[in-house]
Design a protein around this ligand. Structure first.
Ligand code: C2E
Ligand code: MG
Ligand code: MG
Length: 699
């Protein structure tokens, strides 16, 4: 049964439908035919029974006299009538005592059926045997039974008729079955046809992943709905597929391109360079790599905002793309760093001329709205195979060469030379040493007095950072502060400087010196730290220094990065009671007109302008201008780099009372103050520095 069920389940819908239709038709026809045959059988039997019963009744009436008179001949003659009934095969008259009185037997039937002879009964009854019918009829005389007449009729004729029916019927059934099969075969196509088309389309769609296919069939039945829904499902899959494909393409694009400029990104660049190197290796060619970094781009970005910065980068990308040759690769690695791979670098001259072309296209103004910006780039060049044979090594060399171009003042190109690596490594080494400097307590502060030049009295000190390295010796801030700024180390170093300077100021007060102000330099990165104020407040709280005695020195370029935000920070610093000075004033790009917006306390005239008092063409005109500006803005002014007595005289004559410089006092370690102070009190302060050569190295 299970096997049959599995067999049926595995059949195709078409076969199932044919089987079901034909099967049902045959079962119905067979059933009907069975009913017909059975009905015919009972009708034929009924007719025979009636006929034999009438015959038996007639004969029984006639033979009662023969029995009464024991006339066996008469009885035989009566029974001989049975001859005329072909279906009757025998007849018998039996006395009441059960003795056979007379009998008739047709020639063909040699014997009476056993059943009839064996069960001679005395009642009137009829019994069907498998091939005979026996009818028994009472023989009465004066209403008393004197015997029984038995007649046996053959059923053979009936059976023959029925057999004929069955044979005809079976032939008819076979024909009907064939017809049913033919009809089923034709009809099933109405159902299985569309299903087969659907299944075929599904198979093709899934095999070829072609979701544009549709089933072309219009029907209003359930199959029509199925087809409609199937097509709708394909519509949706096709839509989703094309959306996915679009997204995938976009993702692929983004994975390999810089979204701002549309140029290749680092991933694609690495791949292209590797490809170029493989080709060059095979063909024995040269490949030149140009590493381009824009000069002072950070300034544009910081002071004019990222939007302007982005526009400049886009303009640069367009210019670079226009100057490279077809087949060269241009990529943006991030920030203001661009790279060009030139696979047609036949000679050093060709490389130089492309580098010069790049330099020139960069070195012209970019117009943004109503403003013109001057852009320029530093270009480092490395060449395969001389400088390196791998992507990494060539990149490193080009990077180092680019830094050299930067150090040379920007707006130039440099070919990589092995000596450059030593310098780059030196910087790297320096960086790792600087990282340890704070932990190893190698940093210290020197202090330079700020003097009231009218009286010669000290009004304050400026804390100047020093790095006492066990091997390198005393490293000047000019060497390591840019590095600290670049690496972010300035943040932690700067916090330490503020804490240390405040502590020292209080120590001097405790030692009995006057309450001098303490000037601390704040680097641009430090100024923009969100926790600058916290750090300053903490240092003040820890040391107990009066905030009015603390002065923070910031540079013009730092506050010009975002003037509004800078004003806010400065206002909060001033609210704490702390003073604010602009260091190296006059060297930045700031528009002097906007200066009154900044909550400042002091301007520090840069030492180059103090120097000009003695030697410059304008003979101190700029210093004088700064003094006038300070007066107008009601700010204090102090001149840096006072080295000669003539400068003191000039400054005093022009109304600048405050000064700082070697002539007034060199930067010194805190322990040196006692000597310096005593000498100053003794009136020989101006000669102090000259007589203390040990301080010469500390500036
Ligand atoms: P600055 O703030 O303008 O400091 C004055 C610089 O001029 C000091 O150099 C000082 O030694 C030098 N100087 C003083 N008087 C004279 C003079 O008469 N003639 C000449 N030629 N130079 C004089 P120093 O100490 O080497 O510092 C250089 C710069 O490093 C400082 O310039 C300041 O910008 C920065 N710096 C120093 N200490 C720190 C610090 O703690 N934090 C930060 N962020 N920067 C610092
Ligand atoms: Mg300073
Ligand atoms: Mg200065």
């Amino acid at each position: 049964m299970k096997g049959l069920r599995r067999f049926l389940a595995n059949l195709s819908i078409r076969s199932k439908l044919i089987l079901i239709i034909t099967g049902i038709s045959l079962i119905v026809l067979f059933g009907l035919f069975g009913v017909f045959v059975m009905t015919q059988r009972s009708l034929l039997r009924e007719a025979l029974l009636q006929e034999v019963q009438i015959l038996a009744q007639d004969l029984s009436r006639n033979c009662s006299a023969a029995l009464v008179f024991d006339d066996r001949l008469a009885a035989d003659a009566i029974l001989a009538h049975l001859k005329s009934k072909p279906q009757v095969v025998s007849g018998a008259i039996v006395t009441a005592e059960g003795e056979l009185f007379a009998s008739y037997r047709r020639q063909v039937a040699a014997e009476l059926p056993q059943a009839v002879l064996a069960s001679r009964s005395h009642g009137a009854e009829a019994r069907f045997f498998s091939s005979f019918l026996e009818v028994s009829q009472r023989i009465n005389f004066n209403e008393e039974q004197i015997g029984t007449l038995h007649i046996c009729a053959s059923l053979k004729k009936i059976h023959q008729v029925l057999l004929r029916y069955v044979l005809f019927g079976l032939a008819g059934l076979a024909g009907a079955g064939l017809l049913a099969w033919l009809l089923a075969w034709r009809l099933q196509r109405l159902i299985s046809g569309p299903i087969e088309i659907l299944a075929e389309t599904m198979l093709t769609v899934s095999a070829e992943r072609d979701y544009s296919r549709r089933v072309a069939m219009v029907r209003s039945d359930e199959l029509g709905t199925l087809v409609e829904n199937f097509n709708e499902m394909l519509n949706q899959i096709e839509m989703r597929d094309s959306e996915l494909q679009e997204k995938q393409e976009r993702l692929n694009y983004l994975a390999y391109h810089d979204p701002l400029t549309g140029l290749a990104n680092r991933l694609l660049f690495d791949d292209r360079l590797q490809h170029a190197l493989d080709n060059a290796q095979r063909l024995g060619n040269k490949v030149a790599l140009f590493f381009i970094d824009l000069d002072r781009f950070k300034n544009i970005n910081d002071s004019l905002g990222h939007k302007t910065g982005d526009s400049v980068l886009k303009e640069v990308a367009t210019r670079l793309a226009a100057c490279i040759r077809a087949g060269d690769t241009l990529a943006r690695l991030g920030g203001d760093e661009f790279v060009v791979i030139s696979e047609q670098a036949e000679s050093c001259q060709a490389i130089s001329s492309l580098a010069e072309k790049i330099r020139q296209v960069l070195n012209s103004s970019v117009r943004m709205g109503s403003q013109d910006f001057f852009v320029s780039g530093s270009i480092g060049i490395s060449v395969f195979p001389e400088d390196g044979e791998t992507v990494e090594s060539l990149m490193q060399c080009a990077d180092v060469a680019m830094y050299q171009a930067k150090e040379n003042g920007g707006n130039n190109y440099q070919f990589f030379t092995p000596g450059m690596t030593d310098r780059a490594q030196e910087t790297l080494l320096m960086e790792s040493k600087l990282r340890k400097a704070l932990d190893n307590k190698e940093l210290l502060l020197h202090y330079q007095p700020q003097v009231d030049m009218t009286s010669g009295g000290i009004i304050g000190m400026e804390a100047l950072l020093r790095w006492q390295h066990p091997v390198l010796g005393l490293v000047s801030p000019g060497k390591f502060i840019p590095l600290a700024e670049e690496t972010g180390l300035i943040i932690s170093i700067g916090k330490w400087v503020i804490r240390e300077a405040c502590k020292q100021a209080v120590l001097w007060q405790q030692a009995g010196y006057p309450a001098w102000s303490m000037a601390v330099n704040i680097s641009p990165k430090q100024f923009w730290q969100a926790d600058l104020l916290d750090a300053v407040e903490k240092a003040l709280a820890e040391s107990g220094l009066d905030p009015a005695l603390l002065e923070l020195e910031i540079t013009e370029s730092a506050i010009m990065q975002d003037a509004e935000k800078a004003i806010e920070t400065m206002r909060r610093i001033r609210e704490l009671g702390i003073k604010l000075a602009i260091d190296d004033f006059g060297t930045g790009y700031s528009a002097l007109s906007g200066l009154q917006r900044f909550p400042l306390s002091k301007l520090k005239i840069d030492r180059s302008f103090t120097h000009d008092i003695l030697a410059g063409e304008d003979r101190g005109a700029i210093a004088e201008g700064i003094m006038a500006l300070a007066r107008t803005l009601k700010l204090d002014v102090i001149a840096e780099g006072v080295e000669e007595v003539e400068q003191v005289e000039f400054l005093l004559a022009k109304g600048c009372r405050l000064g700082q410089g070697f002539h007034l006092g060199r930067p010194m370690p805190p322990e040196g103050l006692a000597d310096y102070y005593l000498n100053k009190m003794a009136g020989c302060d101006l000669a102090y520095a000259a007589s203390h050569p040990s301080y010469a190295g500390s500036q």
